[in-house]
Design a protein around this ligand. Structure first.
Ligand code: NI
Length: 171
């Protein structure tokens, strides 16, 4: 397993729409292992393939707490098939937007259809943190970031800050 470099805001790669996965094979499983390794190293609780520069519809999540046994989840071609009318608010962060957090309101429950790491069709009715995390990561597959769900003023401030930081690194 390999820890991959993370793509950071404002890299335009993050705005790409990821393509569906046609075959679940050992290369793809290896990619999912690298994604988990990268996520654990960061550390984070969710990661989409595009965040390591691979525009494929796959994401990994692990909501286990520190000290608990790991519970890695792999979602291939995930699709939200229904979402609740009731909404919940979580403070979100993103490995591609380090050290920035903001409250985001989303549907409290979602049903997600996907293929697991073996390529088997599955579906999950998620609520709580898993529901929020799935929506955040599926957004990534569509080139959407959590800052797109906050006020325009806040979003512009964050983008400006990260653009400045990226420029100073280049120079
Ligand atoms: Ni994210």
């Amino acid at each position: 397993m390999t820890i991959k470099p993370l793509i950071i805001l404002p890299d335009p790669v993050l705005r790409q729409v990821s393509k569906p996965i046609e075959r679940v094979d050992t290369d793809l499983q290896r990619l999912s292992d690298d994604m988990l390794e990268t996520m654990y190293d960061a550390p984070g609780i969710g990661l989409a393939a595009i965040q390591i520069g691979v525009p494929r519809r796959m994401l990994v999540i692990d909501l286990s707490k520190e000290g608990e046994e790991k519970q890695p989840l792999v979602f291939i071609n995930p699709e939200i098939v229904s979402s609740s009318d009731d909404r919940s608010v979580y403070e979100e962060g993103c490995l591609s937007i380090p050290d920035y957090y903001a409250e985001v309101e989303r549907p409290a429950k979602v049903t997600v259809k996907y293929l697991d790491r073996e390529g088997k069709e599955e579906s999950v009715e998620a609520d709580g943190l898993l529901a929020t995390c799935l929506q955040h990561e599926i957004d990534h597959l569509n080139g959407v970031l959590f800052i797109d769900h906050i006020s325009r003023l806040k979003r512009e401030m964050v983008i400006k800050k990260f653009t400045k930081a990226a420029k100073s690194k280049v120079l």
